[in-house]
Ligand binder design. Structure first.
Ligand SMILES: NC(=O)C1=CN([C@@H]2O[C@H](COP(=O)(O)OP(=O)(O)OC[C@H]3O[C@@H](n4cnc5c(N)ncnc54)[C@H](O)[C@@H]3O)[C@@H](O)[C@H]2O)C=CC1
Ligand SMILES: CC(=O)C(=O)O
Ligand SMILES: [K+]
Ligand SMILES: [Mn+2]
Length: 349
């Protein structure tokens, strides 16, 4: 019997609701499978912790996390109490970088039983490979002067290593699944980073002569997500472009509340972190009405990463069955509670 030691960080807002629900689902599927089990260790890190301790996680938090196989996280952020850049850089982004989770994989596909807000959604099935360690998410810059003279500078960092790594990951995914790769650029507006991005893409694609490629500016790409999402397979995008595009990916599925994600340490040197696309949703936190599917599907991605593809497929099937039977939370136009959706998924397992 394999025992996986998982560090659990529920975080803030609806993270505290959707994570326990997903853990119940994962424990159920483990029992049914019989070949593995989870050992969950909870860390109370987040904005409440910050109010008490003045930091989002302890100083040795990254070292602590290294002792676990994987990390299962909900969401971080309570913007009315802690400024978002402090909470995210103090926990979420600190872990992504500290544990070299350089790739963020975010699928978006039409699920059975779900109505897309698109009028005519074809059977789209997209995987966004988001560069997760650098790019526009940067703490390089500064603010000087006050009032009318005030200046803010935010640098974007693009290294050859990081750029190439994300692109190669996308091409490898495409190679193994007979798909094509689209690069998200904006080299008409950004004069250094995105021309560099385009050059690296041209170089990397030479190593994959059998894989079809396309290059789209991110603005047009966003429009195509609405008009013809079926045109895409694998998309490789910078940190910020991938961030924005994957909320849109959630939206065209039906809700960002169902969109899953995986922050991968592809070298498997440190734990990876599995957390859904959505944030802490302060507007609905504590009401028991959040959609747990994003977190549950994220659990499926963790199972896939651990090599339990059959157990993972079971979860997605159970999710689709629940949706097809009309049990949906408010974000999907339904009236079910979080608990009702979770219990239905467990029943379908
Ligand atoms: N990875 C993370 O931990 C992320 C954290 N955040 C943080 O979350 C906080 C709120 O950010 P927002 O921009 O409002 O984004 P958000 O994703 O938390 O919420 C956007 C909208 O989607 C809805 N929503 C999100 N997840 C849902 C779910 N599972 N079920 C039903 N409805 C859901 C919310 O109710 C809200 O109306 C901020 O502090 C932000 O920094 C935002 C995005 C990612
Ligand atoms: C912070 C955020 O929105 C994300 O990483 O998806
Ligand atoms: K999240
Ligand atoms: Mn985001």
């Amino acid at each position: 019997m394999n025992t996986y030691k998982i560090a659990v960080i529920e975080g803030d807002g609806i993270g505290k609701e959707v994570v326990p629900a997903a853990i119940e689902v994962l424990d159920t599927v483990a029992k049914l499978d019989g070949s593995f089990q989870f050992e969950w260790t909870y860390f109370p890190w987040g904005c409440d912790y910050y109010l008490e301790h003045g930091e989002m996680m302890p100083e040795d938090g990254i070292e602590t996390l290294k002792q676990y196989d994987q990390i299962f996280l909900g969401a971080v952020g309570m913007p009315n109490i802690v400024p978002d850049h402090i909470s995210l850089w103090g926990l979420l982004i600190k872990i992504r970088r500290g544990l070299k989770q350089s790739i963020n994989v975010r699928p978006a596909k039409l699920l059975a039983g779900l109505e897309s807000p698109l009028k005519n959604p074809q059977n789209f099935d997209i995987t966004v490979v988001r560069e997760n360690s650098e790019g526009e998410y940067s703490d390089s810059g500064g603010r000087i002067h006050n009032g009318a003279d005030e200046i803010a500078i935010q640098n974007a960092i693009f290294t050859r290593k990081g750029t190439e790594r994300a692109m190669r990951y996308a091409f490898e995914l495409a190679k193994n699944s007979n798909k094509h790769v689209t690069s998200a650029t904006k080299s008409n507006g950004l004069t250094y980073s995105m021309p560099f991005w385009d050059e690296v893409f041209e170089e990397v694609k030479k190593d994959y002569p059998d894989i079809d490629t396309a290059v789209n500016h991110i603005d047009a790409l966003a429009a195509f997500f609405v008009m013809k999402p079926q045109a895409f397979d694998i998309i490789v995008a910078s940190n910020l472009f991938g961030d924005i595009l994957t909320d849109l990916g959630g939206a065209i599925m039906g809700s960002i509340g169902i969109a899953p994600a995986a922050n991968l340490n592809i070298e498997r040197e440190y734990p990876s972190m599995f957390e859904p696309v959505h944030g802490s949703a302060p507007d609905i936190a504590g009401l028991g009405i959040a959609n747990p599917i994003g977190q549950i599907w994220t659990g499926k991605m963790m199972l896939d990463f651990l090599g339990h593809h059959e157990a993972g497929a079971r979860i997605l099937n159970a999710i689709e069955k629940t949706l097809a039977s009309g049990i949906k939370t408010g974000d999907l136009g339904g009236t079910a509670t979080l608990a009702e959706v979770k219990n239905s998924i467990i029943g379908n397992l």
